[in-house]
Design a protein around this ligand. Structure first.
Ligand code: AMP
Ligand code: ZN
Length: 500
């Protein structure tokens, strides 16, 4: 079975066959660094992070290139507003972008070129286009002539004549056609500039992606990604420039992510309806935000709301509880007669089914929502098996449950939804447990896992001494903060179910 993906260029799902077996060359448009990124941008970057992680998990070697636009009108405007150099604005927000990506669990690109480090090859591409008649110079500006590229419009499915007749008459009468776009812009006084054959100036935005992808990946490369708002004109222009310059196809598969919206309206800086990724991550753990976003197919619009965040909190807690329950099995004795054969078969089937479903859903145009649903199904099966058989586990049952645990962790890990290691497990317990241990046992540390152990030890001592009041104080105190103790033949077992 091969991976199938929806290609915007052909408007259908296709089998994915990279140009070189086992290797994937992909390019995803990066940010313009003039501000902190919002969660809509974050969603698109997440989409391609997950696609990359999945391809790697499926055995591909992935070269992932993403540009940083560090020279642009928006950066210059921002610099003028803040009365500081454009380069400084770009530097500050490049660092902020990298930090936000790291906090959001997004793997670093294999290469992340800055636009300003690639000026020379950009001038080279503009030269090529002028030489072969696809571009023209007017007073230090260079424009791409869309009419010179008959396939213009093939990605967005637009007809060039409709586009031209529909375009509002451009005030810039220096252009031959209103849709012609700038490859190179003459610098105004005070703007960042580089020396070129056409005078001092700077590159146009579309140009850099064409140049960087070709330089880092060669053409045609395999996957080109971005949000659906980039299809026209940005990606259409990338195709026109690159194919006109090289005479070769540019990218083989075009993948576009749907827009994140608030109240059914696209989140964008210009509409002012945005939430910054860093603000959301300051309030919600990364796995929660990733889980929320990945429960919608990447091409569909995603409605973001605090209700959905709260649902994702609950869903992630279910995962943590599941994993904690299954990990408990590590310390449990396994000397029982074991589960009924039928239950054992059912659990084995659930394990196989979960892996198969994960792969088939992800192979089908990266359906993360279906893949996650499969993991939850395995969770339900494992939980049911555990609660029916926990007092009577045989070694073989224990093995299956631990296999379920590692499969859940592995599959969620492919989506970058991390589950803490057993050693840090205490971090999931509410911090109040430390205070409770302090009051009831004199515990002096600050680690919630150690605090729980102190409380359980105190309860055990109290019970041996038949000091029921002290034992109940521990149980009731824990209950108040959402922790229940279940006494099993293997000893007390802790369950944390946050209330809310
Ligand atoms: P920009 O810095 O505006 O070029 O955006 C960076 C990336 O975020 C691009 O791939 C855009 O398509 C994407 N993007 C912008 N707004 C949204 C949104 N509301 N939802 C999803 N992706 C978005
Ligand atoms: Zn681009």
């Amino acid at each position: 079975m091969s991976i199938r993906l929806y290609n915007t260029l052909t408007r259908r799902k296709e089998d994915f066959e990279p140009r070189e077996p086992g290797k994937v060359a992909m390019y995803v448009c990066g940010p313009t660094v003039y501000n902190h990124i919002h969660i809509g941008n974050g969603r698109t970057f997440l989409t391609f992070d997950v696609i990359r992680r999945y391809l790697i998990w499926r055995g591909f070697e992935v070269r992932f290139v993403q540009n940083i636009t560090d020279v642009d009108d928006k950066i210059i405007n921002r610099a003028n507003e803040e009365e500081r150099p454009a380069a400084e604005v770009a530097e500050v927000y490049t660092a902020a972008f990298r930090k936000a990506m790291e906090d959001f669990g997004i793997e670093r690109p294999t290469v992340q070129p800055m636009a300003t480090a690639m000026i020379e090859p950009m001038i080279g591409m503009v030269n090529r286009l002028i030489e072969n008649g696809h571009a023209y110079v007017v007073d230090g500006d260079v424009y791409f002539s869309v009419r010179s590229f008959p396939e213009y419009g093939k990605l967005s499915g637009r007809d060039i004549d409709d586009l031209l007749s529909g375009a509002r008459v451009d005030v810039d009468s220096r252009k031959q056609d209103p849709l012609d776009f700038a490859l190179w812009k003459a610098a105004k006084p005070g703007e960042p500039h580089w020396t070129s054959p056409w005078g001092e100036g700077r590159p146009g935005w579309h140009l850099e992606c064409s140049v960087m992808s070709e330089a880092e990946l060669g053409v045609p490369f395999d996957i080109h990604g971005g949000g659906s708002d980039l299809v026209f004109p940005h990606h259409e222009n990338e195709i026109a420039q690159s194919e006109a310059a090289t005479g070769q196809p540019f990218a083989r598969y075009w993948l576009h992510g749907g827009m994140l919206q608030i109240n059914a309206e696209k989140m964008s800086k210009s509409l002012g309806n945005f939430m910054l990724l860093r603000d959301v991550l300051a309030q919600y753990p990364t796995p929660v935000v990733r889980l929320l976003m990945l429960q919608t197919h990447y091409r569909s619009p995603l409605d973001f709301s605090s209700d959905r965040l709260d649902e994702a909190v609950t869903a992630y807690e279910r995962i943590l509880n599941l994993v904690r329950n299954l990990r408990w099995v590590r310390t449990a004795e396994a000397s029982g007669d074991g589960a009924l054969e039928s239950a054992r078969t059912a659990l084995a089937a659930a394990l196989e089914e979960a892996r198969a479903k994960f792969v088939s859903e992800m192979d089908d145009d990266f359906n993360t929502a279906g893949a996650i649903a499969g993991v939850f199904e395995l969770g339900r099966a494992a939980n049911a098996f555990l609660s029916e058989n926990q007092s009577d586990l045989a070694a073989v049952d224990r093995e299956s449950l631990l296999e379920a645990e590692s499969l859940v962790v592995e599959l969620l890990g492919v989506l970058g939804i991390d589950v803490p290691d057993a050693d840090d497990d205490g971090e999931e317990l509410p911090p109040d447990v430390v205070e409770l241990a302090r009051q009831l046992t004199g515990y002096e540390g600050s680690d919630s896992a150690a605090a729980i152990r102190a409380l359980l030890a105190a309860r055990s001592v109290a019970r041996t001494e038949k000091n029921w009041a002290a034992a109940d104080a521990v149980r009731d105190g824990l209950l108040l903060i959402g922790i229940t103790i279940e006494d099993t033949p293997q000893g007390p077992r802790v369950n944390y179910r946050p209330r809310g």
